[in-house]
Design a protein around this ligand. Structure first.
Ligand code: SF4
Length: 253
């Protein structure tokens, strides 16, 4: 796949780059050429999701960070390490987890006083433009549980009015998976002021333990039923936080 020219005009949606009869491997390859929004000019490379297609848990973060952008892999930095510890503490096998982000390019701005690249939150248009990649990852993996890390991922999957602080650590029924959990992004735990850091980490760990308990209690029958309900890979520009849930439902038959 040729790297897109930085002068090219974005098409407005990743849907224009979804290959026919997608598989995770085909999606990953196609995502490298995505010009769905302006962020392909900002990030070093597309950082697509990683993990087994049979994973029972899918983690959705906001966007790749500085280290992920350079490595081309999601959750390889300090946030990923905290996440690994949380899964370990919750008894969730890391090999049973698929990790990805709502937005696949790193959005950043140059720090005025150093060479540091400062994270910038993706806007609603960028999240919407990138959504077809995530929607297809969900359709192909069909996770038992989706864990949204932070407000961007939660709003992308649960709607614009969803509040992580009000509903963290609670299983939410969704058409995307039998249960969707939301918690804060591990980077916010790592950035917490020193006097709040211990409490922030404890709360994050507790949220992930709730996911572990849910997984342990979910009956194998329910898991099978959901997995048998074949989701259709999807390639429109519709988005669940807009007016498009009907189009998602209809795409699943
Ligand atoms: S952020 Fe998403 S939609 Fe925008 S260019 Fe990157 S992969 Fe495409």
């Amino acid at each position: 796949m040729t790297k897109p020219r930085r002068t090219a005009k974005p098409t407005g949606s990743a849907a224009d780059f979804i290959p026919p009869r997608p598989t995770l491997a085909k999606l990953r390859a196609a995502s490298k050429g995505c010009q769905g929004c302006d962020l392909f000019k900002v990030g070093t490379q597309t950082v697509f999701g990683e993990g087994p297609s049979s994973a029972h848990v899918m983690v959705v973060g906001e966007q790749p960070g500085d280290m992920e952008d350079r490595a081309g892999k999601p959750f390889v930095g300090p946030s990923g390490k905290l996440l690994d510890r949380a899964f370990d503490g919750a008894g969730i096998d890391r090999d049973d987890v698929y990790v990805t982000n709502a937005v696949k390019h790193f959005k950043w701005a140059k720090d005025a006083r150093s060479a540091r690249r400062i994270h910038k939150t993706p806007n609603a248009g960028e999240i919407r433009a990138c959504f077809p990649w995530l929607r297809n990852e969900i359709a192909l993996v069909q996770p038992q549980v989706i864990v949204c890390l932070g407000a961007t991922a939660a709003k992308a999957l649960l709607g614009r009015t969803f509040s992580v602080m009000k509903s963290r650590g609670i299983p939410i029924e969704s058409e995307l998976a039998p249960a969707v959990f939301a918690t804060v992004h591990p980077s916010s735990v790592l950035r917490a002021p020193p006097d709040q850091r211990v409490r922030a980490e404890k709360m994050f760990m507790a949220d992930i333990r709730a996911v572990g308990r849910h997984m342990a209690n979910a009956s194998p029958r329910k898991q099978t039923t959901h997995r048998a309900r074949k989701l259709t890979p999807w390639s429109t520009t519709a988005h669940p936080s807009g007016t498009s849930s009907a189009s998602i439902r209809s795409s699943r038959g």
